[in-house]
Design a protein around this ligand. Structure first.
Ligand SMILES: Cc1cc2nc3c(=O)[nH]c(=O)nc-3n(C[C@H](O)[C@H](O)[C@H](O)COP(=O)(O)OP(=O)(O)OC[C@H]3O[C@@H](n4cnc5c(N)ncnc54)[C@H](O)[C@@H]3O)c2cc1C
Ligand code: FES
Length: 366
């Protein structure tokens, strides 16, 4: 009888007691960490965001319609979400270290996805970053450019237009799986009511498998942007070298559309590296551009042409071809886009031809 009473009455009471204690401890810890306290995120000394919940700085900014580049969606693997923290924010976390230079550490630059806002914080964000917005879009065209590259056109529904610099990128939020990926804008910046992205299939890649296998005409998606410091330097009159591989053609195409609209005022040499003929696309577009403007030269090169390609153009690694066609580059500027390996190797070649490192711009598609 006594044992039954103990089981029926005391054990449930003990369990309730333990649960109550854990809840009180969690509430206490939350209060100690600033969870329920109102705090303020002050941006560039003039904008103050009141914040109740403890969250990452990246999420708080995004919830307040301030869109910081975040190609990995907050997993500390892209290093794009840097902001300068003037006051607060706690210590740099180990996963931030590889992305921060010594100078950035001195300036207290942080990855905003790794900064927990538990107290008041003051940050500085370049004005250019504040231009990024969230766009609700509709997919209005999907086209195969090669066996593994698609062109996708997105029309802006709300807001209705995006202003961007030729070379900048947008971020696509993949519906359903809530991941974010960066894609360079391939279209003419004068066309502001829609953008074109060139998306290459990455085997087992989450976003590209979605785009290549599931995305349909009429689908509604969310894009944010524009982002990035890789864009045409409009106030320069230097000769231009463009180098791209694979989907790296996207931002270069936007730059060339822009220059064409200006009447191609600067000398441009555009090197495009591919394996074989099946990896080439938009050849016609650039060959026609070269015919129309003597200032523009298009040099596609194949590293591994097939016999049936009957290829009469340049053969070799893109580095070898750039080397072959380049003289003194001390007064040129270069725009490079593609894999990190290709970009690093091309920069070495450009250096050999005395380009100034201040005049080399690149976006590594990593
Ligand atoms: C600034 C910027 C601009 C970019 N612009 C473009 C663009 O215009 N067009 C475009 O197609 N891509 C572009 N990318 C790359 C793009 O953001 C994605 O990384 C890529 O589409 C793969 O995404 P995923 O989700 O399919 O692959 P994930 O699921 O992220 O990756 C799957 C696997 O593939 C590897 N991987 C990831 N990316 C690549 C890659 N590019 N090549 C080979 N292996 C890879 C990963 O290490 C991983 O092992 C850009 C990247 C950056 C940073
Ligand atoms: S969002 Fe990629 S590192 Fe922060």
């Amino acid at each position: 009888m006594n044992l039954l009473l103990a089981i029926n009455v005391f054990i449930p009471l003990i369990i309730v007691g333990i649960l109550l204690t854990i809840t009180l401890l969690l509430i206490g810890a939350n209060i100690l960490l600033g969870g329920n306290k109102m705090k303020t995120v002050t941006i560039n000394k003039d904008k103050a965001l009141p914040v109740k919940d403890t969250d990452t700085l990246l999420n708080i900014l995004s919830n307040n319609k301030i869109f910081i580049p975040s190609a990995c969606g907050g997993k500390a693997t892209c290093g794009f979400c840097k902001v300068q923290v003037i006051k607060g924010g706690g210590d740099v976390k180990p996963m931030e270290e590889p992305f921060l230079s010594d100078q950035e550490k001195q300036d207290n630059v942080r990855l905003s996805c790794q900064v927990k806002v538990a107290d008041n914080i003051e940050i500085a964000i370049p004005e250019s970053m504040l231009n990024a917005q969230e766009y609700h879009c509709e997919v209005i065209n999907i086209e195969d450019l090669t066996y593994d590259i698609k062109l996708v056109q997105f029309e802006f529904i709300e807001p209705k237009s995006m202003s961007f610099k030729p070379g900048q990128y947008a971020q696509l939020k993949v519906p359903g799986i809530d991941i974010i990926r960066a894609y360079s804008i391939a279209s003419n910046p004068s066309m502001t009511h829609k953008i074109e992205l060139i998306i290459r299939m990455v085997p087992k890649g989450k976003a590209t498998t979605f785009v290549h296998r599931a995305l349909q005409l009429g689908d509604k998606v969310i894009v944010t942007g524009p982002y990035g410091n890789f864009y045409l330097q409009e106030d320069s009159d230097r000769d231009i070298i463009c180098i791209a591989g694979g989907s790296g053609k996207a931002p270069i195409r936007s730059i060339l559309h822009y220059l064409k609209d200006q009447g191609m005022p600067r000398k441009v040499k555009y090197f495009f590296g591919a394996r074989s003929k099946k990896d080439l696309y938009y050849t016609e577009e650039f060959v026609e551009l070269a015919k129309e403007y003597p200032n523009f030269e298009y040099i596609p090169a194949l590293s591994d042409p097939l016999p049936e390609d009957n290829w009469k153009g340049d053969v070799g690694l893109i580095t070898e071809v750039v080397d072959k066609y380049s003289d003194d580059l001390s007064d040129s500027e270069a725009y490079l886009c593609g894999s990190p390996g290709m970009i690093n190797a091309c920069i070495e070649v450009l250096n050999k031809h005395d380009i100034s490192s201040d005049n080399v711009y690149y976006d590594k598609f990593s």
